[in-house]
Design a protein around this ligand. Structure first.
Ligand SMILES: Cc1ncc(COP(=O)(O)O)c(C=O)c1O
Length: 468
């Protein structure tokens, strides 16, 4: 047997194993040493076979951990369903969302928040904020901060964003009360009642709520859980209706964690120029990237029409309630609206976070967080692939959740109360759309560790989902 023949043989054997599910997505392949032993081949032969699988996107090499089946492997079934294109309409968001939020369970299967150890990054953050509090001058409490926000924090954010290929001056950033507030300001600045806003479908329910409150209309653009908003569908929508703004999450869109390719970003911007659209970029998940952090859409914006919105909620703390916006040609109006809606942000909180960023603690925290999230995603995806029946799971490379598509007969809204009785909170698919689609889908988060209680909740789900 020639040496070349051996690596091809080994490659075919590994490929077959992946296709047959001997090693599931996210699982580790046998070590190089054991492959050498079992197949009586040299180390270089094994490495060559693994490299070829890696080049095909089927296998991922992780330093010091080994080789893993990629979640992007074509053998892996990903959600298929595509939303329909329907005419623009007003929005009514289900009260179910409020119920989930009251149970603190939008990103958890367990209600009411669970006690856990503080991660080192949060300990460091709390210390920075404590120091900032102690540094306040005697009369600071008598004054509001600059409505644009603390200049030190804006400088740190500008530096952070410049590492993602987008040079922005601190004067082009405004601090907000989280990303939801940034999205609120963006829509308020560029739309008036009755205007049509294009969104991803499935997409973030918080945007649907804002559209409802502003008396806007929504048009849902089908989005894949791998590559995000379908730009062909957007083109069709723009041909058929007059659309004022488009809200899009190119980096790890919720619910499926899609990552929009650069070619699609460019097409989106060309369409925005052609149809004079305001583009509202929700960048909140970018810093959770398991691999390289993608550049924002804003980095490609030559026409000053992309409003970038983000916050520390997903990559640091939801409780900070600190976000930011860069308002493109609407920035002056957005600054005014920030003043109107919030007056100012808390100074000691902003200065504490600025110090946390300046001393390198944020970077170390992100490094740790990304590794943890990737492990939790892998664990979740392997558990979900063991569910009975035709279950399709998205394969996010960042973000905090996967999108799960179950057999057609499943009605996730009907399952919600049954699951609650069993102590499990689910996030049903129809919350991510206004058109009643995605009944057989769920968003499941991997924001928390798969401890015993959460793993038990997850194990209960297949049976709860099958009950009629
Ligand atoms: C895509 C997306 N955008 C914005 C938000 C709101 O974030 P914040 O907590 O910063 O207001 C969320 C929260 O779940 C989200 O998932």
């Amino acid at each position: 047997m020639t040496r070349e023949y051996r690596y091809l043989q080994l490659e075919a054997w590994l490929l077959q194993g992946i296709k047959e599910g001997r090693w599931r997505p996210g699982e580790r392949l046998p070590s190089i040493r054991s492959l050498c032993r079992e197949h009586a081949v040299a180390k270089a032969t094994v490495q060559h076979a693994l490299q070829r699988l890696e080049a095909k996107g089927l296998v991922e090499a992780r330093p010091k951990a080994g080789h893993f089946v990629s979640l992007q492997a074509p053998a892996v079934q990903q959600p298929l369903s595509r939303a329909r294109i329907e005419a623009p309409r007003p929005v009514t968001v289900s009260d179910l969302l409020l119920d989930i939020m009251r149970r603190s369970a939008a990103f958890d299967l367990l209600p009411d928040g669970q006690a856990g150890d503080l991660p080192p990054g949060i300990v460091a953050l709390n210390r920075s904020i404590g120091r900032s509090l102690r540094r306040q001058r005697g009369d600071d409490y008598q004054y509001y901060d600059d409505p644009a926000g603390d200049s030190g924090l804006r400088q740190q954010l500008a530096l952070h964003l410049s590492r993602r290929g987008w040079r922005v001056g601190p004067d082009r950033l405004c601090i907000t009360s989280g990303c939801q507030h940034a999205l609120f300001l963006a829509l308020m600045a560029c739309c008036k009642p009755g205007d049509v806003v294009a969104v991803e479908s499935p997409g973030f329910y918080g945007v649907l709520q804002l559209i409802e409150q502003f008396d806007l209309q929504v048009v849902e653009v089908p989005a894949s859980s791998a590559t995000g908003m379908d730009i062909d569908a957007l083109e069709e929508v723009l041909r058929r209706w007059q659309v004022r703004a488009c809200v899009v999450s190119p980096a790890f869109a919720t619910p499926g964690g899609a990552l929009m390719p650069d070619s699609a970003k460019r097409r989106l911007l060309a369409l925005a120029d052609q149809h004079d659209l305001a583009v509202i970029e929700d960048d909140i998940y970018a810093d959770t990237a398991f691999g390289p952090v993608p550049d924002p859409l804003k980095a490609l914006d030559t026409d000053d029409r992309v409003i970038l919105c983000s916050s520390f909620s997903k990559c640091l703390s939801r409780d900070l309630r600190l976000g930011w916006i860069s308002g493109a040609r609407w920035h002056a109006r957005i600054l005014h609206l920030k003043l109107v809606t919030q007056l100012a942000s808390s100074r000691f909180l902003q200065q504490g976070v600025a110090e946390f960023m300046a001393d390198g603690s944020f970077t170390s925290h992100l490094r740790r967080l990304r590794n943890e999230l990737r492990e939790r995603r892998d664990q979740l995806v392997s558990l979900l692939h063991a569910w009975p029946g035709d279950v399709r799971v998205s394969a996010p490379q960042g973000g905090l959740a996967v999108w799960v598509e179950l057999p057609e007969a499943v009605d996730s809204l009907a399952v919600y109360p049954r699951a609650l009785q069993a102590g499990v909170v689910i996030t049903p698919g129809p919350l991510f759309s206004v058109s009643g689609q995605f009944k057989n889908c769920l968003r499941i988060s991997f924001a928390h560790p798969w401890d015993k209680a959460r793993a038990t909740a997850l194990k209960l789900l297949p049976e709860l989902l099958q009950q009629r």
